[in-house]
Design a protein around this ligand. Structure first.
Ligand code: SAM
Ligand code: SF4
Length: 349
């Protein structure tokens, strides 16, 4: 049974459930990923269609409500929180939320507050992010070629992202680069990206493309298993598997030639669900217990039902009992529908 103590922070009551959130498979939920908006200033071809229908603005939680929800999760044992999207830095006044959540870092209630960004707005916000307690961020970057960058993001400008990375590093934030591995698009460029990232003290993590949401092309055209890419890269680089972990699903290799680390996120070829420690919250207050499944819990109704977090806490507990064992993504040409209808930008990857 949960011991419930009430702790006042700002205007809200926080429910401190002494029993951690443990799912039916014995996994403790300590990591919350929050998509603060499903909107974005890019239209990456593997992520979105060019003409997207976004969630209705009227359904969005306010930043105050998102803060209250996040704080309830922190009180229930979440130690790492990642803001994502859509593009988190295009949500109006998002720094209010970052500053509020940063208070949990400064008070020792949260080990890490981080974000995943496309970097387009980073030069504007880097110093403030650092001031709020953000120590590490992931920047998504699939190519170092300005023309190819335009092609893959449709609307993006590589120079802006580069300025953003410079600003983040100048502010003392550790940057990790995430790249989706796309056959025939950036596979030949990965060695150069590795040398560039490692030369600047940044890890590079490669991600397999996942079948989420309708896009304007066939994902199988560019899908690339990372086992295949690793074998090709091993002709030029010496890799050793290392135990390094950042709390996410990446497995890391040490690269002898560059002295840096290469991360591999392999949802398609190597299922990592057995160690899954996270749940995902959308900007409308829907909680997804798994990125690759449709089951969800409505936390917006629970949040608005009462100013006291006790009811909200019980709804979260019930949702955790429904966390599934894992996802079952498949990419093949015989299935012409994505495994999950919602786009990655809804749950934030
Ligand atoms: N806009 C931010 C960004 O791009 O970093 C945050 C949200 S984005 C959805 C988070 C990550 O998901 C990015 O690294 C992006 O490359 C990745 N992503 C998007 N769609 C994907 C897909 N279908 N398969 C694999 N990764 C995907
Ligand atoms: Fe936007 Fe990120 Fe999706 Fe690209 S991957 S369209 S930057 S949400």
């Amino acid at each position: 049974m949960n011991t419930v103590t009430i702790d006042r922070i700002g205007a809200h009551t926080l429910v401190d459930a002494k029993t951690p959130m443990i799912d039916p498979f014995g996994r403790a939920v300590t990591y919350l990923r929050v998509s603060v908006t499903d909107r974005c200033d890019f239209r990456c071809t593997y992520c979105m269609a060019e003409n997207m229908t976004f969630l209705p603005k009227k359904d969005l939680l306010t930043l105050e409500e998102l803060n209250r929800l996040c704080s309830a999760f922190i009180a229930k044992g979440v130690r790492k929180l990642r803001l994502t999207g859509g593009e988190p830095l295009v949500r109006k006044n998002v720094m209010f939320l970052v500053r509020e959540l940063g208070k949990h870092v400064h008070a020792g209630r949260l080990d890490e507050l981080t974000l995943t960004t496309n970097g387009s707005q980073l030069s504007k916000f880097a110093a403030e992010l650092a001031d709020c307690g953000v120590r590490r961020i992931n920047v998504s970057l699939d190519t170092l070629d300005p023309e190819k960058f335009k092609q893959i993001t449709r609307w993006g400008e590589l120079s802006k992202v580069m300025e953003g990375i410079d600003a983040a590093q100048a502010a003392g934030i550790h940057v990790k680069i995430n790249a989706v591995a796309l056959k025939g698009f950036n596979d030949a460029e990965i060695p150069a990206m590795m040398r560039w990232a490692h030369g600047r003290g940044m890890d590079l993590t490669l991600i397999e493309t996942m079948p989420m949401g309708e896009i304007d092309e066939d994902r199988t055209d560019h899908y690339m298993p990372l086992s295949e890419l690793r074998d090709t890269l091993a002709e030029q680089f010496s890799f050793s598997d290392i135990a390094y972990k950042t709390g996410g699903p990446a497995r890391y290799l040490q690269v002898a030639e560059t002295g840096g680390r290469l991360g591999l996120i392999t949802p398609m070829t190597h299922n990592f669900c057995e160690s899954c420690n996270r749940v995902r919250l959308t900007c409308t207050g829907t909680l997804y217990m798994c990125l690759g499944q449709n089951d969800a819990a409505d936390l917006r109704t629970a949040l608005r039902a009462s100013d006291d977090d006790a009811y909200l806490s019980s709804v979260i507990d019930e949702a955790i009992t429904r966390k599934p064992k894992g996802h079952d993504f498949i990419i093949d040409r015989t299935r012409n529908k994505p495994a999950v209808a919602r786009h990655m930008s809804v749950t934030g990857g």
